[in-house]
Design a protein around this ligand. Structure first.
Ligand code: AHM
Ligand code: MG
Length: 336
């Protein structure tokens, strides 16, 4: 029975990626090893997040990170765990973390061919009240063995070889794309393994939800304001859309992937580049959206075509269902 096979023939994330990689004769297993180290980081953060309330891990460390925000203990811990896991994989050469001002160049004896850009614990303002938070990552590959430089990561998002996120919610879910579709895995805590639970995620072509911080509305540009107005008061007789906004990108994007609709962090008069960071927030989520059949747009261009000039650059972002993003693109085009 298929149902029996489901219960006894477990598709773990490692097995899944090994299967995928075996299609490439040149594959050396490096990517699988790298991913295993990322998975280890995610499991560690998952267990820390679950224990946070009990262990009194929550609280301010008193340090201020480079974005000018107070760092919480869990951010610091997660960052350290990911950096150590990535370096010890022996498969990375450059790491960019939201928590570190400078890129980390891996020492020569531990170098490999991959660059990993990541936000170890995004949505940290939600930690104290138990709302879902997550880790976001993107992976580039350097072609030949040269001394790694910043130029290796200041690459458009379309050059990524893989991207994903892990959501620490009511369950721990890892969503991954290696450029051919998107797959979701859920951590089985009794096994300590991520099991394929959401094969081949496709975002609905059109959605019934929009997601944006409406508190910023007075500073929005024309197309953003018009789009949100259309969501509430549709002119074509269609029903108005629902607003959902958690304020935790991983959770808001996860819902958008599964249910459809739009997630936006637009530019506004106060922050002309929006809030979200290109390398480790906008790019990985845009990569996943496109691989699930959706779109990601900056207000000017396809998000994955952006070329970052600094590792902590920000960009406005509109991502989600194909048709809904078409509507936003048309509004920007009409504005000229
Ligand atoms: P962080 O990296 O400091 O956690 O900030 C990023 C988060 C995203 O998860 C979320 O989409 C956004 O900030 C929400 O911002 P706002 O509170 O301005 O709506
Ligand atoms: Mg972040």
């Amino acid at each position: 029975h298929a149902a029996d096979a489901h219960r006894t023939d477990l598709m773990t994330i490692t097995r899944f990626v090994l299967n995928e990689q075996s299609k490439y004769p040149e594959s050396r297993g490096d990517f699988t090893i790298l991913l295993n180290h990322i998975v280890l980081g995610c499991k560690f953060v998952c267990s820390s997040v679950n224990k946070a309330g009990l262990a009194k891990l929550i609280g301010l460390t008193g340090e201020i990170n480079i974005q000018g925000e107070e760092q919480k203990k869990l951010d610091v811990l997660s960052n350290e765990v990911f950096i150590k896991a990535l370096v010890s994989s022996g498969r990375t050469c450059i790491l960019v973390s939201e928590e570190d001002e400078d890129a980390i160049i891996v020492e020569p004896s531990k170098r490999g061919r991959y660059c990993v850009v990541f936000d170890p614990l995004d949505g940290s303002s939600n930690i104290d009240c138990g709302v879902s938070i997550g880790t976001i990552f993107g992976i580039y590959m350097v072609k030949d063995d040269h001394e790694p430089t910043l130029a290796d990561v200041l690459q458009p998002g379309k050059q990524m070889v893989a991207a994903g996120y892990c959501m620490y919610g009511s369950s721990c879910t890892l969503v991954l794309s290696t450029g051919k579709g998107v797959n979701g895995f859920t951590l089985d805590p009794s096994l300590g393994e991520f099991i394929l639970t959401h094969p081949d995620i496709r975002i609905p072509k059109k959605g019934k939800i929009y997601s944006v911080n409406e508190g910023n509305a007075k500073n929005w540009d024309g197309p953003t304001a018009k789009y949100v107005e259309n969501c509430k008061f549709p002119k074509d007789g269609s029903p108005s859309k629902s607003l959902r906004y958690i304020g935790s990108m991983v959770a808001d994007v996860h819902r958008t992937l599964l249910y459809g609709g739009t997630f936006m962090y637009p530019a506004d008069k106060k922050s002309p580049s929006g809030k979200l960071r290109v390398l480790y927030e906008v790019f990985p989520m845009s990569f996943l959206m496109e691989n699930a059949g959706g779109q990601a747009f900056t207000g000017k261009q396809r998000a994955l075509d952006l070329v970052p000039t600094k590792i902590h650059d920000r960009s406005p972002i509109f991502l989600g269902s194909y048709d809904d993003i078409e509507e936003i693109k048309a509004l920007y085009a009409a504005e000229g």
